[in-house]
Structures are given as structure tokens and as C-alpha cells.
Design a binder for this molecule. Structure first.
Ligand code: NOJ
Length: 734
């Protein structure tokens, strides 16, 4: 349809029909499907139901085709439904969780993952995914750090844009779906790391640190945006006219459809900014929220609000037009079934090529935090290795958002090792449950098979196995329902039962490698003291087992870099490497800086910083050279280092560029990531890495809230993590 035809269609629609286009119903209205929020009776009539323009969490080629057929036939103007779902890190073939994908520092790989997810989901009738989540995260207590690509705005922007390209392509091709950027805005900074809690951000911090990643996704052409649950400056986003109209649309240039988060329009009532659902509907539509996800507010109240003259029908038309435009962009008017096809589902879901892509991404997302005495890689056939822990024979490796995957499709570490290694050198034991207590996560009621094991027997068996082995690999971590939505944690340590396993094993065998399964940075102090090697596997997805088996035995080398620091302790949070310069900086010397910004009883800095990650080889980085020392607005500086593989194995290093503005009209971060390059080097091989520095990389929101650069001195750091002191200085000329 062209724009004129859409306008004509809109003109023919009744008010009820137009409001229907603004309503999204959850799967339970279609008898089943996954429920991703508080479920309940929305009090809708048969007419409300029959006009609702979108369904959430309904999947499957056959199911969506049938629903679409029945719905369009019955709809007064035969306007098709739009199916939206949470395809976060894969559909049936599951990739590592987004935080792990951030650690790849490889946007192309992330784009490929999103494109695999799109192909599979499209074949199952999905039209829109609620991804990417571009929320900046600085507090590992928040369960949803798992769904973010980390603590850096620049990295998050690259990753969010890559996901948008991967999902959407040009939206016309087969195997594409629309992306929905979320959660606008600032959802990643809840007080105390508690999900859904209030967010306090200064306008400058919001604009400088939190908005850029959303902006990158918008510039990449993301089709939809979702509002966040939180308040910002005490106004819930879903009712925040300034945020949605002035910032999102006018300043950031977003012209697609805006959807509320699940129930968020209705939640304006408990937020205490609306007295009832009618007022909530009015606030949200005035703020520019086009679609109401799973609340009765729009369906039940917009019509009366228009009839009473409280809401201008123009607002309904505006929002309805955006929903029609989205359906049109997806080609639904011409082909309401789009790519939904049983044959394609059979051919594509979990196909070899997709599994390979997931495995590749997993391998590149693992982060090696420590590797003393060359604990890793393990030597195939040459040493007896005991694989112990509740994650050894565990198929729950996809993270809590892989809601459409089947755990049975996941390859456990044990299965992969049995296939890869000879039986005589490897042995397996659980040794512990995943969780303390009864093994049931509050509110989820998901029990995992290992949780039924006899604890004492399992532990003693594991200790005996550890005693007789040359090396022990302990597969430990947090339950998958401990990260993700509504899964904040107050402590970041291992559960007591796993800690006990670690303690007891360490008494009989010190050659310990810990492989950590988690959806967030954890407190690894004790693990760090007891293990000689630590490999962070995150929740690695469907092919997590094979990816780990290959990595542990050196068929590939770890190359991930932390996209979010591992704190020394939970009490350091929130934590981020690009903190502002303080008047009393602390560089680590307690005597010299008695009055520095620090703690008396624990380190000031994280245990493992942003950008950190080892490989099976070592790298050196030469001092930085600049081709000139003065930058002007229309010239650039080339900053170079030479990176050398100084070890004995092939490896990939991520060389990172950070810049510090020495004096600004407002306090500036101690450094900010401005670029990175990946180089793969053979032993002894050396390559030059060059970064081009331009004036636009130095801009920020100045004292007058203008986005500008300020002349003066800058420091530039190039190295292999965010703590590098390999630096040079240059000046930006006025
Ligand atoms: C609530 C979550 O905040 C959001 O990320 C998700 O997309 C929706 N529920 C739909 O499931």
C-alpha cells in the first residue's frame, strides 16, 4: 500500500477499529503460549478481543496462520494482526545471552546471530521481536544486566545497531523481522539494582551515557521502541510526554511505532500518577504511546475519553497510522502470513548452519579471567580430568529469556566432552545442587533434575574423583532464573552448596579450573583465591557444551573481553570504568592518598575490569605513536601501536582505544572507549593497529547543554583492557 491508500483506509475505520489497532493481547487469550508478565483478566469484551490488532507470544507457523486467517476474515477492514515476541538471544537455536555477546566485541558476529534468530522466528510467524535492549548497565545486582551488552555506551550502541541490521535487513526480504528497541529510557539504572525501581539520572548523564545506545539503534532504522517501567525525574516513562515526544521523536528522530512495556499503561495507577485506567490511558496516549501492551486501559477507555472530549481523536489517528505503517512496512497487507511456513520451520529451526553460528558466537564470548600454571588448555589424552559441578550435566544453558527454546535441544558440557575426548581420561560428578534449599526458585517453580540428588553422597563422590585426578574442572554458577527480568540479587556469590563443593575439592586437588555459568558479573573473590584458572561461560546457549569442550581442550582459544566489570564486592556497585574525575582521585596508594575516594576495607577497583580477558597466548603492545600532536576540526590524528603475539599459540586480541578530556566545562570521565580492533596473530607475529582520531569523537554535553568539543589537552590510551596506561597526549585546537 502507498501512504495515500493507508490514509484512505484510516479514514474508513471506526473509532473502535482504530483503538483496536492500539491494543496488544497476550498469548493466554489464544489459549496458551508463554506468559512474560503478570497475567490476569483484563475485563475485555468479545468486541475488544476481536478488534485487538496485535498478539504477544503466539508462535508457530500453523498457529499464526490459522489465527491470522480467522482474524482478517472477521475484521471489518481485513486488517491483519501483527505478532510480536521476545526473541532475545535466539529463537530455537539459542545464542549466548546478550551480555556475553557484548564480550565478543564483534558487532558482525552479533548481527549474524540476530539474523539467524530472525530467519527462524519469521518462519514461525513472528513479525516483531522485542529486542535489542540497549539499556546501559552499571549494577550487577540488576538481573537484566544479562539482557544488555554491558556498561559502555559506545559498545552498546554498536551492538544494538548490529542487532537491528541482523533482524530487519531491509524488512522486505524473506527471513527478516522488525526490531523493537527497549526500554526507553534509563531502565538500566534502577535504585539498588532492584528491577522496576525508580531511576535517578541527571539530564546530562541521561543524554551522555544512557541515550547514545538507543540513538544508535534508531539511526540503524529500528522499527519500534518500547517504553520502560521506571520513572525518570519522578515521571513514569509511559506517561512522560517530554521523554517520548521531545526527546525520542523530535531530538532523536524516531518516527516508528511506540509500544508500552507489559501492563505499563495500567501501572501508571500503582505508580500514583493516574487515579484509574482511564486517566492512565489519557496520559499514555498524550505522551505518544501508540500501543498498549497487555493492559485494559486503551481498549476500555480511549473511546469514552474521545467521546467526552478529553482526548483528541487526532491522537488516536496518529497512533493508529503508525501501527498501520508498521504492518505495511512488513508487507502484511499483501501477505498477512508473511514467512510463516511449516516447511521452513522444519528446514531452518536448529539446522546445522544455525547451530554452528551459535557455537562460534559462544566460543568468542567466553572470557578467560585467570590462567595460572597454564591450567588451560587441557591436554587431550595426557591427563586425567575430573569434571565436577552442577553445570557439568546440565542442559539449562540458554538463560531465562530463551522462552521458545526446548532445553532438550541444548548440548550439555558432559555430552560434548564424551563425544570429543576418550573415556579413560575424563570423569564426571555433580557434587552439588545448583541452589541452596529446596531447589525451587521463588515464583518460577522450575526444578532441575540434578536438584534431586543426595547431597552428601554427591559431594563425597565428587571429592574422591577430584582426589584421583590430575586436574579438576568445576562447572559452577547461578541458576538461570537468578538473572533476567524480576531477578535482581542482593548478593553475587556462589550459593553455599557450590561454595562448599569448591572448598572441599580445593582441599584435595589444587589444579582447579572454574567454568562459571552466569547471567551477570559475580563476586569471585574466593573463586579467584582457590582456582588457578577461571573461564566465564555465561549462559552460552544451545551449543554451549561443544563450544566449551573445544575451548577447554584448546581447539579454539578464549578471546572474549568483559563488557561489564566483575566487582570485588557487591558493595562497590554501581561500578563503571568511565567514572567522572573526582577532586580526590585514588590510584591505589593508601598512604599517599589517605583522603582519596576509596574504601578503607576493600579495594576501590573491580576484581576484573571492563575490557579485560586473557587468551592461551600473551600479547605485547608497543608504546603509542601519533602522527601529529595537534588536532583541528577538519583534520585527524592517526594513533598507532604494534601488537605482538609473544606466546606459543595463535590468539585474537582486542585492542582498545580510550580517550580522556583533561579539562572540560563539566567534569569528564577518567577515560572513555572510542574504538577497538581485533587482530588474530600467530606466535611471534606482529601487526600494526591504527586508530583515526577526529574531533567528533571528543564531543560531550557542555556546561550550556550543547553537544560540542572543547579545545585543550586530551590523553589517549591504547591497550588490551580499560586500565591500560599506554598513553600519549594531543591537543584540540580552537
Ligand atoms: C516485560 C519486559 O520488560 C520486556 O522486556 C518484554 O519485552 C515484555 N515484558 C514482553 O514480554
Amino acid at each position: 500500500m502507498n501512504q495515500q491508500q493507508l490514509k484512505e483506509l484510516l479514514a474508513q475505520m471506526s473509532l473502535e477499529e482504530k483503538i483496536g489497532q492500539l491494543v496488544q493481547l497476550p498469548a493466554y487469550f489464544q489459549n496458551g503460549g508463554t506468559i512474560t508478565g503478570p497475567a490476569g483478566d483484563l475485563g475485555l469484551t468479545q468486541e475488544d478481543l476481536s478488534l485487538a490488532g496485535s498478539y504477544l507470544s503466539v508462535i508457530g507457523a500453523e498457529k499464526t496462520r490459522t489465527l491470522q486467517e480467522e482474524y482478517t476474515a472477521a475484521h471489518p477492514h481485513h486488517i491483519p494482526l501483527i505478532f510480536m515476541d521476545d526473541i532475545i538471544n535466539g529463537y530455537r537455536t539459542v545464542f549466548p545471552v546478550p551480555l556475553a555477546q557484548g564480550c565478543t566485541f564483534n558487532p558482525d558476529l552479533v548481527q549474524q546471530g540476530a539474523s539467524v534468530a530472525a530467519k527462524e522466528a519469521a518462519a514461525s510467524g513472528v513479525h516483531v521481536t522485542f529486542s535489542p535492549m540497549a539499556d546501559l548497565v552499571r549494577d550487577a545486582r540488576w538481573g537484566r544486566v544479562m539482557e544488555s551488552t554491558g556498561e559502555d555506551a559506545y559498545l552498546n550502541g554498536l551492538m544494538a545497531a548490529a542487532m537491528v541490521r541482523g533482524y530487519q535487513g531491509d524488512l522486505k526480504e524473506k527471513g527478516t523481522i522488525a526490531g523493537c528497541l527497549k526500554h526507553f529510557a534509563g531502565y538500566g539504572a534502577p535504585e539498588g539494582g532492584r528491577d522496576y525501581a525508580n531511576v535517578e539520572l541527571s539530564l546530562r548523564t541521561l543524554k551522555e551515557d544512557y541515550l547514545p545506545a538507543y540513538k544508535a539503534a534508531i539511526d540503524a532504522g529500528v522499527a519500534m521502541v518500547m517504553t520502560s517501567f521506571n520513572t525518570l525525574d519522578r515521571v513514569p516513562s509511559t506517561a512522560n510526554k517530554w521523554l517520548m515526544r521531545d526527546i525520542l521523536r523530535d531530538e532523536m528522530g524516531f518516527d516508528g511505532a511506540l509500544i508500552s512495556d507489559w501492563g505499563a499503561v495500567g501501572e501508571l495507577v500503582p505508580h500514583g500518577v493516574a487515579q484509574d485506567f482511564a486517566q492512565a490511558a489519557q496520559l499514555a496516549i498524550e505522551a505518544g504511546v501508540d500501543m498498549d501492551m497487555v493492559s485494559p486501559s486503551y481498549a476500555k477507555h480511549l473511546k469514552t475519553l474521545v467521546e467526552e472530549g478529553k482526548v483528541d481523536e487526532k491522537l488516536i489517528d496518529e497512533s493508529c497510522m503508525r501501527m498501520l505503517e508498521l504492518k505495511n512496512k512488513l508487507g502484511l497487507f499483501e501477505n498477512p502470513f508473511r514467512d510463516a511456513a511449516k516447511e521452513d520451520e522444519d528446514a531452518l529451526l536448529l539446522c546445522e548452519e544455525h547451530r554452528k553460528a551459535a557455537q562460534d558466537c559462544a566460543e568468542k564470548s567466553f572470557v578467560l579471567l585467570k590462567n595460572e600454571e597454564n591450567m588451560l588448555p587441557l591436554r587431550s589424552g595426557q591427563e586425567k580430568v575430573a569434571f565436577i559441578g552442577p553445570f557439568v550435566n546440565n542442559k539449562f544453558l540458554c538463560g531465562s529469556w530463551a522462552i521458545f527454546s526446548d532445553d532438550q535441544d541444548t548440548v550439555a558440557l558432559k555430552d560434548a566432552l564424551e563425544k570429543q575426548e576418550s573415556d579413560s581420561c575424563i570423569s564426571f560428578a555433580a557434587g552439588s545442587r545448583v541452589m541452596d534449599g529446596d531447589g525451587v526458585v521463588q515464583g518460577f517453580q522450575k526444578q532441575i533434575p540434578e536438584e534431586t540428588l543426595d547431597e552428601e553422597f554427591a559431594l563425597s563422590q565428587a571429592i574422591e574423583m577430584a582426589r584421583g585426578a590430575d586436574k579438576v574442572v568445576l562447572a559452577l554458577g547461578e541458576h538461570r532464573e537468578f538473572s533476567g527480568e524480576a531477578s535482581s540479587r542482593g548478593s553475587l556469590t556462589l550459593p553455599r552448596c557450590q561454595q562448599r563443593l569448591l572448598d572441599e575439592v580445593a582441599k584435595v586437588n589444587q589444579n582447579i579450573t572454574v567454568v562459571l555459568f552466569c547471567g551477570r558479573p559475580m563476586d569471585l573473590r574466593d573463586v579467584h583465591n582457590k582456582a588457578k584458572a577461571i573461564l566465564v561461560a555465561w549462559f552460552p546457549g544451545t551449543e554451549g557444551g561443544p563450544a566449551l569442550a573445544r575451548t577447554l581442550y584448546g581447539h579454539c582459544a578464549p578471546q572474549g573481553k568483559l563488557s561489564m566489570a566483575f566487582p570485588f564486592s557487591v558493595s562497590q556497585l554501581p561500578l563503571h570504568y568511565n567514572q567522572l574525575s573526582t577532586g580526590r582521585p585514588f590510584h591505589g596508594d593508601y598512604k599517599a592518598a589517605r583522603f582519596g575516594s576509596k574504601y578503607q576495607d576493600m579495594p576501590r577497583f573491580p576484581l576484573y575490569p571492563f575490557g579485560f580477558g586473557l587468551s592461551y597466548t600473551t600479547f605485547s603492545c608497543s608504546p603509542v605513536t601519533l602522527d601529529k600532536a595537534v588536532l583541528t576540526k577538519d583534520s585527524s590524528i592517526k594513533a598507532r601501536v604494534s601488537v605482538k603475539n609473544t606466546g606459543n599459540a595463535e590468539g585474537t586480541e582486542t585492542v582498545q582505544l580510550y580517550i580522556r578530556d583533561m579539562v572540560g566545562s563539566v567534569a569528564r570521565p577518567v577515560r572513555e572507549l572510542k574504538g577497538f580492533r581485533q587482530v588474530t596473530l600467530q606466535p611471534g607475529e606482529e601487526k600494526e593497529v591504527c586508530f583515526e582520531i577526529t574531533e567528533d569523537m571528543l564531543r560531550f554535553w557542555d556546561i550550556h547543554m550543547n553537544y560540542v568539543s572543547e579545545p585543550g589537552e586530551f590523553q589517549l590510551f591504547i591497550g588490551t583492557d580499560s586500565t591500560t596506561e599506554n598513553k600519549a597526549s594531543f591537543t584540540l585546537e580552537a
